[in-house]
Write a protein that binds this ligand. Sequence first.
Ligand SMILES: [Cu+2]
Length: 131
Amino acid sequence: MLAKFSTAAACAVALSIAATTAHAGAADYAFEPVKAEMKKGDDVVVAIRLTNKTTGKPVTDAVIFKTRVDMAPDNMADMESPVTAVQAPEPGVYAFKTDLPMAGRYQVTLSAKIQGETETVTGKVIVKAVK
Ligand SMILES: [Cu+2]
């Protein structure tokens, strides 16, 4: 019985290692806020720079297909704000209009399709709203 259990455990470990390797591409990208701090309020534009860490170059052709803004960093993950994509100020920067109704930290989660990557690349960025 014991032997059977450890085989299953070893299998689970092998599986999780394989999953990590498959997602290695996503680790090659950096998501950074253009401005890490801004005034709280409605219709605030949050801009995020996407860079290829290997080349140091901006990623200009990403398709951001899912965006979520919430206050998870301040233990208010259910406090979610609506997000609308807006015109990017420069290549490699992706901008979104959202509401930052209270002072505190907000997490912006972006799901992106990037040319040459089969996997979805997910980035998490934290911005701070001040009074
Ligand atoms: Cu809040």
